[in-house]
Design a binder for this molecule. Structure first.
Ligand SMILES: [Ca+2]
Ligand SMILES: [Ca+2]
Length: 359
């Protein structure tokens, strides 16, 4: 064999070897890519599964929190009736909750601050509000709406657009007010929709009305709750949603439960008087209107008497947010209930929404 032959044979062998090596490397690279892709897909899948699991858990935390709160409200309602000398359904339940009342167990109902319901690996925050302490958007007159939207923190043209547009949404005519909006405005939107020209069926319907953005409607209540939880001051914009209702039983505002923004829409109630009323009800509640008269004075009382009530609330809205200790996933349920302490079935659900945007 000639050395040159040997050399060329060696070269051919080396080249073949080189090709095999490259092939092996390619296969390895491909396999690695497939493995990585697979592990990425698995991780995504796992995260999705975990999120889904967390979402399911927080949903049921929120639901459990809401149910627990309803039970507390029924007990509280019966106790109040009992204390006013009104006999309740079941003899056994007559004095229900008086001990709890004395321990200040129900302070959150009076102050309408979020109520914490702790569970094993998470908790629910439930915000309870009396619907009679709010402004009815189906009945409120222009002057009341102007005061309410101003007190909520929205002023100037933005406020005038909201107020006029609410009135136009409700009225049956097609002529728009100075800052309002009717069919032509809503038809020009993308996607277009009809102007209601009728009563609001839910408060969320307000989000269809010109000028009412999700920020204006919901405020940043979720952040406010977070702040309270951390013991910080609440100063964020709270939105319109918690100030309005479609369920109130009369045009009178409940002085025991109305938030400051609503109190100040009542004729004769100045910011100073609102403070006085809120300080009073922090300690006790108004049971008879004469107590209001004694607190605010005869002159102020005569201005506001047509617009106020101190009757115990029967329709409540509840907003329950479930959260886990080790997960950022949250979910909020909103419901409106009517309590009938004398009925066999003491609670009616008037509204239920499983997933509420809580910005
Ligand atoms: Ca109209
Ligand atoms: Ca109109």
């Amino acid at each position: 064999m000639l050395p040159s032959d040997h050399s060329s044979h060696h070269k051919a062998w080396a080249a073949q070897n080189g090709i095999a090596l490259i092939l092996v490397l390619w296969v390895l690279t491909l396999l690695t890519m497939i493995a990585l892709e697979f592990s990425y897909a698995m991780r995504t899948e796992l995260t999705l599964t975990r999120n889904l699991l967390d979402e399911t858990k927080v949903y049921y935390l929120a639901r459990a929190g809401l149910n627990k709160t309803v039970i507390e409200l029924i007990k509280y309602n019966r106790m109040r009736l009992y204390r006013r000398g009104i006999p309740v359904v079941n003899e056994d339940r007559k004095g229900a909750g008086i001990e709890d009342e004395d321990k200040g167990h129900w302070g959150w109902i009076k102050t309408q601050e979020p109520y914490e319901v702790p569970w094993e690996d998470g908790k629910a925050w439930v915000q309870v509000r009396d619907e009679d302490g709010k402004i009815n958007i189906n009945r409120a007159r222009q002057a009341e709406l102007v005061k309410l939207v101003t007190n909520s923190g929205v002023t100037g043209t933005e406020r005038d657009i909201i107020v006029d547009s609410i009135l136009d949404w409700r009225d049956t005519n097609n002529a728009h007010r100075l800052n309002g909006a009717e069919e032509d405005y809503y038809q020009a939107l993308s996607p277009p929709y009809d102007c209601k020209d009728g009563q609001f069926d839910t408060i969320e319907e307000l989000l269809f009305v010109r000028g009412v953005t999700p920020g204006v409607f919901y405020g940043s209540d979720y952040y406010r709750r977070k702040k309270i939880e951390k013991g910080e001051e609440e100063d964020a914009y709270k939105g319109l949603a918690h100030l309005i209702t479609i369920y109130s039983s009369s045009d009178k505002i409940n002085l025991n439960t109305a938030p400051q923004e609503v109190l100040e829409t009542i004729t004769g109630i100045t910011p100073e008087l609102a403070q006085l009323i809120m300080a009073y009800r922090k300690e006790k509640e108004f049971i008879h209107l004469t107590e209001v008269r004694d607190l605010v004075g005869e002159r102020n009382y005569s201005l506001m008497v047509q617009q106020i009530s101190v009757d115990p609330p029967t329709v409540y809205s509840l907003e329950s947010t479930g959260q886990l200790d080790n997960s950022p996933v949250q979910r909020t349920i909103r419901s409106v209930i009517r309590l009938n302490p004398f009925a066999q079935n003491p609670v009616n659900y008037l509204y239920w929404k499983d997933s509420v945007w809580a910005g």
